[in-house]
Design a binder for this molecule. Structure first.
Ligand code: GAL
Length: 370
């Protein structure tokens, strides 16, 4: 999968280099932006610590890619907002005051951060929006195809329900944070697949503030109370951290034969729950592809390598404030039990020894994970 993605990226790059004809006689870009060398500082802002992907994968992958691209001379100023939008605004403002060269921003609240993004632009500091599309004048965006994430979750959920699924099946829907534009896209994608095929009762559908797992657990309990514990056909959970609490609530309500529960992010504990059958699926988003692209976009931007930057951003997206933002949207994969090996293990995200600890030995043997 990874190899295919890289092949496509490489061929797109050579195509666009040959096709765009913006090389001048010296071979450098004609759209000269002030260039810097390898001695640069990249500010990296991540949104929360609840979801392990940011600390375990996104940030470290970016950091090593930045080192590689700058011959180990580039510095990274890393901050995590721990789910607080005001904290993130302060962190970004401090980076502007400290005159970092470029910022990679994964926003807690894509709307609330817009004014600080404007300050960065005024100070001549490009901001690359990472994963979530921040509002304001951003220089580029890299993310996954987020509607596709929702579609993939929903299609796999329907698969889990089997061929007899119909509108008499009641599905609980626990969505992500209303301040995260991705959450809306996951929901739109999922609804496009579920509508008309199953029923999501109004009192079983929630948007979860801050993606907070305990809140998701409480919402699930409310939904079970509303539709009855014997009537839960499946639970659409927008991510893995919430799925963990949702499953606890299902069990606490006395549901012993767990219905299919979805997730996202391929958290290690979610992979283990999939092995034991507690969670039906997760979505693995190839973090190396996204994080490395962000590092490249940031470094190329400050180094004035416009051709390379353009080659990386062949897509375009609109935010509520800005149009035609150069973007790269990376593909995603559904992970059910039989796909663990070909996705997260093949990509080196987890070693089999990390997944198959003593408690999961039997489940791993059964799933052929050796
Ligand atoms: C989304 C992100 C997901 C998940 C979620 C919870 O924006 O795309 O991967 O981590 O936030 O923080």
């Amino acid at each position: 999968m990874r190899r295919i993605a890289m092949f496509v990226a490489a061929s797109t790059m050579s195509l666009s280099l040959a096709g765009c004809g913006v090389l001048n006689a010296t071979g450098s870009s004609t759209t000269a932006t002030p260039t810097k060398g390898n001695d640069i500082t990249v500010g990296v802002l991540m949104p929360d610590k609840i979801n392990t992907r940011y600390t375990n994968f996104d940030y470290p992958i970016m950091k090593s890619k930045i080192a590689e691209l700058t011959n180990k001379q580039g510095r990274v100023d890393y901050q995590n907002a721990a789910s607080s939008a005001p904290t993130q605004a302060k962190q970004l403002q401090k980076m502007i005051d400290d005159k970092v060269d470029v910022v990679i921003l994964d926003s807690v609240d894509s709307h609330a951060i817009a004014d600080t993004v404007k300050n960065a632009e005024k100070a001549g500091i490009p901001v690359i929006a990472y994963d979530r599309l921040a509002e304001g004048p951003i220089a580029g965006y890299v993310s996954f195809d987020n509607e596709l994430v929702g579609e993939v979750q929903a299609r796999t959920l329907l698969e889990g329900l089997g061929p007899n699924a119909d509108t008499s099946d009641k599905v609980i829907m626990i969505n992500g944070s209303p301040t995260d534009p991705n959450a809306k896209q996951f929901k739109t994608g999922a609804l496009s697949e579920l509508t008309g095929k199953v029923t999501i009762p109004a009192d079983a559908m929630f948007d979860t503030k801050d993606w907070d797992p305990p809140t998701a657990g409480k919402e699930t309990t409310k939904a079970i109370d509303a539709i009855g514990k014997d009537n839960v056909a499946a639970v659409y959970s927008a991510n893995d951290a919430m799925a963990a609490e949702i499953i606890k609530s299902l069990k606490a309500a006395g549901i012993t034969d767990l219905p299919p529960v979805t997730g996202q992010d391929a958290d290690l504990d979610a992979i283990q729950r999939i092995l034991t059958g507690e969670q039906y699926m997760t979505v693995y988003k190839p973090y190396p592809d996204e994080a490395e692209a962000a590092a490249e976009m940031a470094v190329y931007k400050v180094q004035g390598k416009d051709i390379q930057f353009d080659a990386l951003t062949q897509d375009q997206v609109d935010s509520p404030t800005n149009k035609d933002i150069p973007a790269q949207l990376v593909q995603v994969n559904a992970v059910t039990k039989s796909k663990i090996k070909d996705t997260v293990v093949a990509d080196g995200i987890y070693k089999i020894s990390q997944i198959c600890t003593a408690a999961y030995k039997t489940a791993c043997d059964e799933a052929g994970l050796k």
